[in-house]
Design a protein around this ligand. Sequence first.
Ligand SMILES: Cc1cc2nc3c(=O)[nH]c(=O)nc-3n(C[C@H](O)[C@H](O)[C@H](O)COP(=O)(O)O)c2cc1C
Length: 203
Amino acid sequence: MFHDVINIRHAKKAAAAGVDGLIAVCNGAGGHAGTLNPFALLAEIRQFYQGTLILSGSMSTGQDVASAQMMGADLAYMGTRFINTQESRANPEYKQMIVESSAADITYTPKVSGIWANFLKPSLEKAGLDPDSGEKKKVDLGEELQAPEGGASAWKSIWSAGQGVGSIADAPPVAQLVERLQDEYRGATDHFAQLSGAYLEKQ
Ligand SMILES: Cc1cc2nc3c(=O)[nH]c(=O)nc-3n(C[C@H](O)[C@H](O)[C@H](O)COP(=O)(O)O)c2cc1C
């Protein structure tokens, strides 16, 4: 069992409970994101935890996955990128909003579900909520999970996404996306080998 954590207190508790791995949900992730920078959170977790460590938040490309591993993660965990695939059953308008959005269109707010999470500002506006107002819509999480079809509820008509939306421009089939991620991963590791080789030679 892998366990989401957004801070060291959560990570220590989960590690003590014997989880198989930790998912560091960092600043900019879709859903209930944390606020910590990935360099900071990964490094602190690695000081006491040697198990499987997964990085989550704003990754959209194979280069991002390679970077996560350079930072000390074993694996990378992508959410928003896979909303925009052919197989995903997300509303087509949601997918289009992701294509049209960039990081500036993501707002971190507790106003929707009572828990801090990242949402697409245009979807809040579409639902009649002002992303910048102090108004708070308290939603019962149990209710929310059983929202009626077409009902205005958190997640269903107010859409969540991570800050990595700016790198998402399409909704391909999953197999095609995975192939692209592999190519980008290879390209990134080759590029890094060249770049680091040049720096290391200078020493
Ligand atoms: C619409 C949406 C719903 C999510 N629901 C959950 C959830 O129920 N449980 C969970 O652990 N994480 C959930 N997440 C978070 C993802 O598991 C993942 O950590 C996150 O999407 C990674 O960040 P990224 O979207 O920037 O790639 C959700 C994310 C999104 C975008």
